[in-house]
Design a protein around this ligand. Structure first.
Ligand code: DQA
Length: 149
């Protein structure tokens, strides 16, 4: 079986469902994990779905993905806007990267409108809530199958 897609979630995403539901919706991270896993199965991919509040742990997981994954889907939360370390790790991974945000970061505060992660990403999906994770999986499947440039 092909290597899994690492689906990595950053700080405060463990609070999904409870945290600012008007912005991030009512689904928990476990709900998001379940729908992402189901979509992965439907497109013939396996996932490794993780969350950490710790920037260093996310860097370690990206380094691990370099050898153990076939692609990375990442919602780095607030670290998207601050972390050159995550950007460096993603660039070093030499894997297709798709960035996801639940909220539309371009409709929000100015400090959310720049993402370091985007510089390593093939594409960015934002503002579509948990559906974004499913769309990222579909795009990843097409990318890996070579049906999309
Ligand atoms: C987020 C957007 C970030 O600006 C924020 O810090 C988050 C979540 C999103 O999924 O919309 O924690 O990445």
């Amino acid at each position: 079986m092909a290597k899994p897609i690492y689906v990595l979630n950053g700080p405060n995403l463990n609070l999904l469902g409870k945290r600012e539901p008007a912005v991030y919706g009512h689904e928990s991270l476990n709900d998001v994990r379940a729908r992402t896993k189901a979509r992965a199965k439907a497109v013939g991919l396996a996932i490794e779905f993780r969350q950490s509040n710790d920037e260093g742990e996310l860097v370690n997981w990206i380094q691990e993905a370099r050898d153990n994954a076939s692609g990375i889907i990442v919602n780095a939360g607030a670290y998207s806007h601050t972390s050159i370390a995550l950007l460096d790790a993603l660039q070093a991974a030499e894997l297709p990267v798709i960035e996801v945000h639940l909220s539309n970061i371009f409709r929000r505060e100015a400090y959310r409108q720049h993402s370091y992660v985007s510089q390593a990403a093939k594409g960015v999906i934002c503002g579509l809530g948990p559906k974004g994770y499913e769309l990222a999986l579909e795009a990843m499947a097409e990318t890996l199958a070579g049906t999309k440039p």
